[in-house]
Design a protein around this ligand. Structure first.
Ligand SMILES: NC(=O)c1ccc[n+]([C@@H]2O[C@H](COP(=O)([O-])OP(=O)(O)OC[C@H]3O[C@@H](n4cnc5c(N)ncnc54)[C@H](O)[C@@H]3O)[C@@H](O)[C@H]2O)c1
Length: 337
């Protein structure tokens, strides 16, 4: 039985608490939060202890730590937990700052403990089926990937201000999805962004609508479209065109009923947002982490994957600012320890 300490009892911390306690081979031993009431409430729901992040990391009886705190704390907590010998599952992104994330990677390089980054969409059954079909060559050679990722509504501007910007906070999921499905990194990224949904987002220095184009050394192309607003719900679709066919992962709908009448044909909306759409994926992500730890095998999403996606977000941010493509090799340079 894996004894787990959860750091951060906010939106995503609550989701992970559910996954940890639902798994037959893990138990939620302790919860920490900067706000004592948040920790107490969540710990109370699952009969876990309330402790500080420091106490959880220092406790030799805790095997694994799940980091669900704000992004600017991730690198520090990854380093502290790995140094204390814990296995780590840390939410995306690794950090707001690429240099800090790369320094974290260098600082933990000598530790043998597993570190997994929470790119939950890899564990969505639709996207993993698409990956399996494309890897098996079912559509021949992949040539063009197209990812649509629209949120139902923008977050408060107070969140936008500390989020690191759309490319680091939101499109980072899609950069990782491209890496997962294409089986490697692009060589260059071009991006454009605009604040057409909410001018206040623009005044806060961010964009709410963006497109990135990824080009690969073998000529393949990926296009990612993001918006912070889709009036009909959470739009999460992926399409892969290959030399011998097309793979499409459609939205997951609230129900499967289609009404056809003289007025037209209508169906249900997509499920509202990430908590509804990806609960299966969060549970599968946790199961994959537990399986890897138990079997002593490599985790399926590494710190290196997390740093790569952050470097792509950095490249897209720079490209959107300059209007020029950015070579990933100019961004993703190894740092000395
Ligand atoms: N994978 C996903 O789908 C997904 C979804 C949402 C958020 N996230 C990521 O998860 C992280 C948290 O996001 P959220 O939406 O849950 O934020 P949140 O603000 O709802 O929760 C964060 C919690 O951490 C607490 N906290 C702050 N500093 C702490 C510390 N040092 N130790 C312990 N607790 C601390 C806060 O009080 C808060 O309760 C972010 O990095 C975000 O990018 C990932």
């Amino acid at each position: 039985m894996l004894s787990v300490g959860l750091l951060g009892a906010g939106r995503i911390g609550r989701v992970h608490a559910q996954a940890i306690t639902a798994h037959p081979d893990s138990t939620l031993s302790a919860v920490s939060d900067a706000v004592a009431d948040a920790a107490s409430q969540l710990a109370g729901e699952y009969s876990a202890q309330v402790r500080s992040s420091h106490e959880i990391i220092a406790d030799p009886a805790i095997d694994a730590v799940l980091i669900a705190t704000p992004t600017d704390t991730h690198s520090d907590l990854i380093e502290a937990a790995t140094q204390a010998g814990k296995a780590v599952l840390c939410e995306k992104p690794v950090d707001l700052d690429l240099q800090r994330a790369m320094a974290c990677q260098a600082n933990v390089a000598d530790h043998q403990k597993p570190i997994m980054i929470g790119f939950n969409r890899r564990f969505d059954p639709n996207f993993s089926a698409m990956k399996a079909a494309s890897d098996a060559g079912e559509i021949g050679k992949t040539e063009l990937l197209s990812i649509t990722s629209f949120d139902p509504a923008p977050p408060p501007v107070s969140y936008i201000k500390v989020s690191g910007g759309l490319f680091r906070d939101m499109m980072i999921h899609d950069f990782d999805m491209a890496n997962y499905l294409m089986g490697g990194l692009p060589v260059a990224i071009s991006a454009v962004g605009s604040a057409v949904v909410d001018p206040e987002i623009g005044q806060a220095g961010d964009v709410d609508t963006a497109v990135a184009t990824l080009t690969y050394s073998d000529g393949r192309i990926a296009v990612i479209k993001n918006s912070r607003r889709a009036a009909y719900g959470y739009d999460q679709r992926v399409e892969m065109l290959g030399s011998e066919g097309l793979l499409q992962a459609q939205n997951v709908l609230e129900n499967t009923v289609i009404k056809s009448t003289a007025d037209g044909v209508v169906g249900a909306k997509p499920t509202y947002f990430f908590l509804e759409r990806y609960m299966t994926a969060y549970k599968a992500e946790w199961a994959a982490f537990v399986d890897a730890i138990t079997a002593g095998q490599a985790v399926p999403v590494t710190l290196e994957d997390g740093v790569a996606a952050l470097a792509m977000a950095e490249a897209a941010t720079q490209s959107a600012g300059s209007g020029r493509p950015v070579q990933l090799s100019d961004i993703l340079k190894p740092v000395a320890k």
